[in-house]
Ligand binder design. Structure first.
Ligand code: GCW
Length: 681
């Protein structure tokens, strides 16, 4: 049974837990976990206790002790440095956040490399317990592959959320912090349970009252929120407005090289850190979609980021600087400009010019979280600059949490992309702690999909995307299938329903992609809203995202004979993308302008493939609805009905996409579907 508020931390009787009952009755926690010791360790012990209550219905008693007893029966929680001597755990040093779980001889030991590691170990053990996977002899060591695992909120202080589809903000209302403390704690628990360790709490577009978050009027409230997340090993970032020195400080400019500007930020940082001594730093969207930035003063992005880095550096802070910088005042008539080139053109020349405490945040693709776009060429190319990959959990272009679209399916694909720059150059292989001279991706940041809706994500099954993000950020080698199964069992129990729900999840992305814009062409979506089709909606606009379909052909030539974007990739990938024969077909219209009679690998024309995928996508959406209906008797009525109504809306959306896209191309070409299916004229 599923109480949707609890997401993947459901209350239920676990069979494995029942078998372990006597053992789980007593917890011995090491000294460091004593109240007054490390806050995160204390929370880890508390989470263990709560977790057992959730899965077994009773609270074990906790004994804090100076030194654990090797002989006794019970649960031993602590850090490796203390427990390894007593339990002779393998002395291998793990990455920060790592843990070992060992269960044998009536002893369960959970040892964290550090306090967050203990917390993650506890959550992992509880997940294994809930999945009935705990057995005598169990021994697991795990550690996060990515050091930085971040959530970005695009919440505004008026309570709205930019691109939010699950109700108002968890944090703000009417220009103030206004939240249910219990709910924030529950949120922090959910995030920590999948390993999240950083959170930015306000929209990267910093407007109105959000500009005042860095003033004393709000800093006390920021500190109070930081305190809730701190216990769960999660540190806060604040999004800041680069123009603050003039908008807030009344200085003549915000020029990063002006001494009064640098001094203003230094002073401001000192004030902020007085309130929140462990603030992780600032997140900055500069020179992007109307936000101010260093270009206003003819300075580089390194000038801008480094100036801020110097302000927060003395306090241990970091600057996360977004690479989503492009000209959004484009003339659609101008074919020489290509927005896809922008991030690389702006940032590649600056590789190595950033301070050590600057991390660049790079959207996974060259455009903007499209359903299908290639991995940006910046990954694998940067070697002297710290950087992370930005993903979008909120379903801006993937169905607004009305349509089911299980994102880890696509993220797995991204992780497998081979940048072809040196050995071990797949994205998943590049993820790890940064060390100068290597192109390591230090982790991930993702725009979150939660709001005040009771089930957090609007569509209950969209919880899988939040869960999946945490898991992939922890370990990019996990597969979408593994994650779907895990999430389904944790959310719906070990019965047969979970396997069937996982199967639906795994079909959802390909279905969505099929009824969406074809073959990586992008942006055939309703302008502004970004839900539902509008095939020429962005065609004559300023945003630089065109497909230029005419009666004969569609797509942008991004090869050296076109915009040259392919040349930003490694030689091997440049050659692969530049030739339609070797370019992956799901991206073929991103890289090429092709005639509708172009023969695809299946022997059919491009046009026929467009028709086929759109008919298929609709059928697959219809099949998901039927599969959901067949689960009626296995699910809680409320969850069943709520998800059912989303599937019905999704089907209406899929139908609109199918028919508008097919009709558009039929009208352009006058060529009918060779299978004679209904295309409206
Ligand atoms: O995807 C686009 C969105 C904007 C967003 C921007 C960004 C926060 O449409 O709403 O602004 O990206 O990533 O900065």
């Amino acid at each position: 049974m599923n109480n949707e508020y609890n997401c993947w931390l459901q209350e239920r009787k676990s069979q494995a837990a029942i078998a372990l009952l006597p053992l789980l009755n007593t917890i011995f926690a090491e000294e460091g976990a004593l109240p007054g010791g490390g806050e995160v360790a204390v929370q880890a012990v508390e989470e263990f206790r709560r977790g057992i209550k959730r899965l077994l219905g009773f609270s074990p008693s906790v004994h804090f002790s100076q030194s654990a007893q090797a002989g006794g029966c019970g649960v031993f929680l602590g850090t490796v440095s203390r427990l390894e001597k007593i339990f002779s755990l393998s002395g291998q040093k793990q990455a920060a956040g790592g843990f070992t779980i060992r269960f044998r001889d009536k002893q369960l030991v959970i040892a964290g490399q550090d306090e967050p590691g203990l917390l993650y170990g506890v959550f992992r053990f509880l997940a294994l317990l809930a999945m009935d996977l705990v057995h005598d002899g169990l021994e697991i060591s795990d550690a996060p592959v990515s050091p930085l695992r971040m959530i970005n909120h695009w919440d505004n202080l008026d309570g709205t959320i930019e691109r939010g589809y699950a109700g108002p903000s968890l944090f703000y209302r009417n220009g103030r912090f206004d939240y249910d403390r219990q709910r924030i704690e529950d949120y922090a628990r959910l995030l920590a349970s999948v390993g999240i360790n950083r959170i930015s709490i306000n929209n990267v577009n910093v407007r109105d009252e959000a500009k005042l978050l860095i003033t004393e009027e709000y800093l006390g409230d920021v500190a109070a929120l930081a305190a809730v997340f701190r216990r769960f090993g999660i540190k806060l970032f604040l999004s800041i407005n680069f123009g603050a020195p003039w908008s807030l400080g009344k200085l003549p400019s915000a020029d990063p090289l002006a001494p009064d500007v640098a001094a203003w930020w230094k002073e401001r940082a000192a004030l902020i850190y007085k309130y929140i001594p462990d603030l992780a730093g600032f997140l900055v969207k500069a020179d992007s979609e109307g936000e101010p930035g260093p270009f206003l003063y003819n300075r580089t992005h390194a000038d801008g980021a480094n100036m801020l880095a110097q302000a927060v550096g003395p306090h241990g802070g970091e600057i996360i600087w977004r690479c989503f910088v492009y000209n959004c005042q484009q003339d659609w008539r101008d074919h020489s400009f290509d927005r896809a080139r922008a991030a690389y053109d702006h940032f590649m020349p600056l590789d190595g010019a950033f301070n050590d405490n600057v991390i660049l945040q790079i959207k996974f693709g060259p455009y903007d979280f499209q359903v299908r776009e290639p991995v940006t060429p910046l990954f694998g190319s940067f070697s002297k600059t710290r950087h992370v990959m930005e993903l979008q959990i909120t379903q801006e272009y993937t169905g607004h949490q009305i349509d089911l679209c299980y994102l880890p399916w696509f993220w797995e694909d991204l992780m497998c992309f081979d940048t072809a720059q040196g050995p071990a150059s797949r994205i998943s292989e590049l993820v790890g702690p940064y060390s100068g001279g290597h192109s390591f991706i230090e982790g991930f940041a993702a725009v979150v999909n939660v709001g005040l809706d009771r089930n957090w994500t609007g569509h209950t099954l969209a919880q899988a995307n939040l869960y999946g993000y945490g898991r992939i950020a922890w370990n990019p080698n996990l597969t979408a299938t593994e994650i779907a199964r895990e999430w389904s069992v944790l959310s719906f129990g070990t019965g047969p329903a979970a396997e069937r729900i996982a199967a639906i999840l795994l079909k959802s992305y390909p279905a969505y992609e099929k009824y969406n814009a074809p073959f990586g062409v992008c942006f055939m979506v309703t302008p502004g809203l970004h839900y539902g089709p509008n095939i020429e909606g962005y065609e004559y606009s300023r945003w630089g995202t065109y497909h230029r379909a005419d009666a004969k052909a569609i797509g942008i030539d991004r090869t050296p004979s076109g915009t040259g974007y392919t040349s930003q990739y490694s030689a091997k990938n440049a050659a692969m993308f530049a030739d339609p024969a070797s370019c992956p077909e799901n991206l073929i219209l991103f890289f090429h302008r092709l005639r509708y009679d172009y023969k695809m690998k299946n022997g059919e024309t491009l046009l026929q493939n467009i028709y086929d995928t759109h008919f298929e996508g609709y059928e697959e959406a219809a099949a998901m609805l039927e599969q959901w209906k067949s689960l009626k008797d296995s699910l809680e009525e409320e969850v069943y009905q709520a998800v059912l109504s989303r599937f019905e809306r999704q089907l209406a959306n899929a139908r609109e996409w199918r028919d508008q896209i097919n009709t558009y191309f039929f009208r352009k070409t006058g060529i009918a579907d060779k299978r004679g299916r209904k295309i409206y004229d």
